[in-house]
Design a protein around this ligand. Structure first.
Ligand code: DP6
Length: 327
């Protein structure tokens, strides 16, 4: 009972930040993302056997932390229940990310785990079930099951059965779109997303206001993706990223992920758009200082030129990619 799967990280365009259930990783708001193609992948092998006394998990050759074990256990157990078996699993996961790029691997990691484990168990889950299984590992992983553009619906059920990602458009929908990742630091995060969002929910008054703006943003960004409309997508994505980092700063103690280079990139993108007389680039930042800049192939050179320079360690160009798949 063995299978291998791959999944890629996704970049949130409408951010998930705040849970209504921390165990089941049920979010307080809908979110939207684009799954990346190319260099960034998690490849995971799962083997179930009656010979194993307990689950084991090796990540890039290193034994997983307590937290990673717990989250993986939630994914494995959900699938074991679906398959009505009780075998323990050996999980070996490898990231193909170029070393030191500072890209969070939890979205791709738990999506690959859910896909490989369900195949190893002989399950044929639909995208909904796979997305729910991945979500139990890490919320954002629910979206890496889906190729192209994903919409994770927060849902309202207590058991999380209506909280999963659906596809807005596949990876071939917008072939000219590029996502330029500018690495500004490869240092580990000062505070993890799980802890950070908990702090924001508990202490930020601005966070309530942010939640009230999400439904209109989700609809606007969904329509902009469907219409491949850069001019409405990019300003909305930048404003949404700024809203996330505003509620982080409004948390107590404040959470600050952006560094000086991140701020210089924000300024450079606005200057580039002003100088171009139209919106040709849009930044977004997750729980870290690395920028993801959306643009189209025809502007790539200009965008790279504008953000390169002091402080940017490396640039990685990607495009919308496939969801998780069995190898
Ligand atoms: C800022 O999915 O890593 O990247 O569910 O606690 O594992 P947990 O959190 P995680 O949070 C991602 C936060 C974000 C925004 C996003 O991806 O939507």
């Amino acid at each position: 009972m063995k299978a291998r799967a791959t999944a890629s990280p996704n970049i949130a365009l409408v951010k998930y930040w705040g849970k209504r259930d921390s165990q089941l990783k049920l979010p307080l708001n809908d979110s939207i993302s684009v799954t990346l193609a190319g260099d960034f992948q998690s490849r995971t092998t799962v083997e179930f056997s009656e010979d194993y006394a307990q689950d084991s998990l090796l990540l890039d050759g290193v034994e997983a932390s307590e937290k990673e074990m717990q989250n993986s256990f939630l994914v494995l157990d959900y699938l074991r229940k679906l398959a009505a078996v009780d075998f323990r699993a050996s999980v070996v996961s490898q990231n193909t990310f170029p070393k030191g790029v500072g890209i969070a691997s939890s979205s791709s990691g738990y999506a690959a785990l859910a896909a490989a484990a369900s195949a190893a168990l002989g399950l044929k889950p639909d995208a909904r079930q796979l997305s729910i299984a991945a979500r139990l590992g890490s919320g954002s992983a629910s979206r890496s099951i889906i190729g192209g553009f994903a919409h994770w619906k927060a849902g309202s059920m207590d058991d999380g059965s209506d909280s999963f990602a659906v596809q807005i458009a596949d990876e071939n929908h917008w072939p000219e779109l590029r996502i330029v990742t500018a690495i500004t630091s490869a240092e580990p995060k000062i505070i993890g997303s799980t802890e950070g969002m908990k702090r924001t929910v508990e202490t930020s008054a601005l966070f309530r206001q942010r939640l009230s703006t999400i439904p209109a943003k989700v609809e606007g960004i969904r329509q902009a993706i469907l219409g491949k409309n850069m001019h409405s997508l990019l300003p909305a994505v930048m404003a949404e990223s700024n809203s996330l980092h505003a509620v982080m700063l409004d948390s107590w103690p404040p959470i600050i992920y952006l560094n000086d280079t991140s701020k210089r990139i924000i300024a450079a993108v606005h200057e580039l758009n002003d100088a171009s007389g139209e919106i040709i680039a849009g930044y977004t930042f997750d729980a870290g200082p690395n920028a993801h800049i959306l643009t189209e192939q025809k502007y790539l050179h200009e965008v790279e030129k504008a953000i390169k320079g002091e402080g940017v360690k490396s640039l990685h160009v990607s495009r919308p990619g496939e969801g998780s798949r069995i190898l």
